[in-house]
Design a protein around this ligand. Structure first.
Ligand code: FA5
Ligand code: MG
Length: 422
């Protein structure tokens, strides 16, 4: 298990474990395992595949747009759902943030300037990008809440509005993002995204004979195809029409990898409302959010997303700064072990909750959790059977170890999820 630091420096702000994992706040759902990932900043490590990829993308934008894109990679991942109300008592907010009742103590005086800085970087993960009030992504089943107003950002789009508002028209934001999600080789609860935004003024597209939206759409696809070409050369890919609250039209890019289509990014033409709210009048813009792990899996042939967190020398030593042509050589594939678990679910059961419990016990030894059977009996009770694949990336697991894990998982699932094991 990874040691948990007591004090972290994220986005230039010092954060303690108690700031993020709040046992007596009912809104909080951040487990220790997630806290331990805050501040790891894989994207800022020059010899890590995520850092190497980030720099390669920087290079592409630098050389194609003569350095016009401003880059951010150290914005705090702890963001507000809403901006503090106008005229809200800032001292009250600071008290809440540090869990003290007033500011008349040494500790509060010491941290006040840091918290003020943090308040300034607080942004709206949802409202600013027009995510509707009842959208699933807001639920505590999908998102990690620090408290009722504050989340661990679930996408780098959380920073779009603040950066537009502060005057930027070309920018890239790289950072760690957090989501409660399913478990398999391409999903992990912490991953990295790079956001890109480009704003055009009306005089940039009038001569094209196209309307602003078509112009931006075309330019967006052209620049992302150019990026894919630079990173991968020839690779099988396709555009899919999709929906995001903050863009219209919206697209996803998929790449053929490990015999499946894998979604690597989302993008689109920014909603006018976001531009207008943030001082961009008579403009159009495009925006994208790249899944850096997914792109790095294709680039370096990395078969499983858990590997990005490995500290095993046999993984880390294969990558170095600036080297894009490397293909990862798996250090022998250890055998997986499958365990099935069946239970009667309750109304509140969700797969994300199950995955969090399993991850909480088995950590990175769990490779996949998959629903393999699902039926409802005459009494209306619903049974699910999940197949859990255990596999270490680094060694063979013993039967004893796996039986112990599975026993602990069963116990935790029973006690935390209100299900009846069968
Ligand atoms: C978004 O997060 C949008 N904010 C992207 C965007 C930005 C659209 C700007 C339009 C304009 P989405 O939820 O699809 O979209 O995530 C983007 C990418 O993150 C996915 O394509 C995928 O590559 C990656 N991703 C999503 N979930 C996970 C996960 N659990 N583990 C690893 N990568 C993930
Ligand atoms: Mg998506």
């Amino acid at each position: 298990k990874q040691p948990i630091a007591a004090l972290l420096q994220v986005g230039g702000v010092k954060i303690t474990k108690d700031d993020v994992v709040r046992e007596n706040d009912p809104a909080n759902n951040v487990p220790d395992a997630i806290f331990s990932k805050l501040g790891m900043q894989l994207h800022r490590r020059e010899n890590h595949p995520i850092g190497i990829l980030k720099n390669a993308i920087y290079e592409y934008f630098d050389s194609n747009y003569s350095g016009k894109f401003v880059k951010f990679d150290d914005l705090s991942p702890i963001v507000s759902v809403k901006e503090p109300e106008k005229g809200a008592n800032k001292d009250r907010i600071i008290c809440d943030a540090i869990g003290k009742t007033d500011l008349n103590n040494k500790f509060a005086k010491l941290v006040k300037p840091y918290i003020r800085a943090l308040l300034k970087t607080l942004v709206k993960n949802f409202d600013d990008v027009l995510v509707p009030a009842d959208h699933v992504s807001r639920s505590n089943n999908d998102t990690y809440y620090v408290d009722a107003q504050t989340v661990l950002r679930c996408h780098t789009s959380a920073h779009q509005a603040e950066l537009l508002k502060s005057g930027h028209s070309h920018f890239l934001v790289t950072g760690d993002v957090y989501r409660r999600d399913s478990i398999d080789s391409t999903h992990y609860p912490v991953f990295h995204q790079m956001e890109g935004v480009r704003v055009f003024c009306s005089d940039e597209w009038v001569d094209s004979g196209l309307d602003g939206t078509s112009y931006a759409s075309m330019d967006l696809k052209k620049s992302l195809e150019g990026l894919a070409q630079k990173l991968f050369g020839d690779v099988e890919m396709r555009w899919i029409d999709t929906y995001f609250p903050f863009t219209n039209p919206s697209f996803e890019l998929e790449i053929y990898f490990q015999e499946k289509w894998m979604e690597v990014l989302g993008c689109g033409v920014t909603e006018q409302e976001i531009l207008e709210r943030n001082g961009k009048i008579d403009s159009v813009a495009w925006a994208f959010g790249l899944g850096l792990e997914r792109l790095a899996m294709v680039l370096f042939d990395i078969p499983d997303i858990r590997l990005f967190w490995s500290t095993d020398q046999r993984f880390t030593s294969q990558f170095s700064e600036g080297k894009l042509g490397i293909k990862f050589k798996p250090f022998s594939k250890y055998p997986p072990c499958y365990k099935d678990m069946s239970f009667w679910i309750s109304d509140s059961f969700t797969e994300n909750n199950l995955c969090e419990v399993v991850r909480g016990i088995a950590g990175d030894l769990v490779e996949e959790v998959r629903l393999i059977d699902n039926f409802t009996n005459k009494k209306g009770m619903t049974s699910h059977c999940y197949r859990i694949a255990y596999r270490s990336m680094e060694r063979s697991l013993t039967d004893e170890e796996i039986n112990q894990l599975q026993g602990d998982v069963r116990e935790a699932v029973q006690s935390k999820l209100k299900v009846i094991l069968r």
